[in-house]
Ligand binder design. Structure first.
Ligand code: CDP
Length: 215
């Protein structure tokens, strides 16, 4: 039957890996909402509009033909027909995404798209920053993943083959922007199960979530 699992948390908390594995394990679709904000940001950067010009950024965001797959074993993201899977993980997009994601009109647009995708999926694991609190407040299971700042920076720098100190600085900067923005900030839903993954392996976290789903 229907089943919606909402996974929220800061960067490097293990959200993506855990969410994908869980989705494969329970035969669900998977939605990476961060990739949607990243793809919009890619289009905004390409358009050349000033990032501080909210009106122009919103206009570009509204015109992008954004498509995202929901196969947990290989989803692709395209913007205006261009596959942007690689570019959305690059430093330019990472450096600007939190500013674009802070714009209320951008969030409104993407939250509506995300709800549509949920409505059309029977079972889905959806990950982001505002899933349990805003996008899917009646999810069957809400999880909030955390980990120490050091562990998060370690994991992310290993993934990106990047310098740990620079990665730590980027994570701290985005955490601050994402949790202090006025609209839909990163937050724990009151009914979310909080899991600190600092000392937990991916398999342990996934196993714990599967337990919670059968309870
Ligand atoms: O993978 P990582 O944790 O680095 O970030 P992400 O999940 O790809 O999200 C990138 C950025 O998109 C975040 O830093 C937020 O600014 C924004 N975002 C958001 O505002 N709301 C979401 N539901 C998902 C991402």
């Amino acid at each position: 039957g229907r089943c919606v699992v909402a996974v929220d948390g800061p960067s490097g908390s293990g959200k993506s890996t855990v969410s994908r594995r869980l989705a494969v394990g329970i035969g669900a679709r998977y939605l990476d909402t961060g990739a949607m904000y990243r793809a919009i940001t890619w289009a905004v950067l390409r358009s050349g509009v000033d990032l501080t010009d909210a009106e122009s950024v919103t206009k570009v965001a509204g015109e992008v033909d954004l498509r995202i797959g929901t196969d947990p074993q290989g989803y692709g993201v395209t913007a205006d027909g261009v596959n942007v899977d690689r570019e959305i993980r690059g430093p330019e997009v990472t450096g600007s995404v939190s500013a674009v994601a802070a714009l209320p009109a951008v969030r409104e647009l993407l939250v509506a798209r995300q709800r549509e995708i949920i409505a059309n999926a029977g079972r889905i694991v959806i990950e982001g920053r505002d899933i349990g609190s805003v996008v899917a407040p009646d999810a069957d299971l809400k999880v909030y993943l955390t980990a120490s700042e050091a562990a998060r920076a370690q994991r992310r720098s290993a993934e990106d083959a990047a310098d740990v100190a620079a990665t730590a600085a980027d994570l701290a900067r985005r955490d601050r922007l994402d949790s202090t923005r006025k609209v839909n900030p990163l937050q724990q839903a009151p009914d979310a199960v909080v899991l600190d993954t600092t000392e937990l392996g991916i398999d342990e976290v996934v196993a714990r979530l599967r337990e919670l789903l059968t309870e």
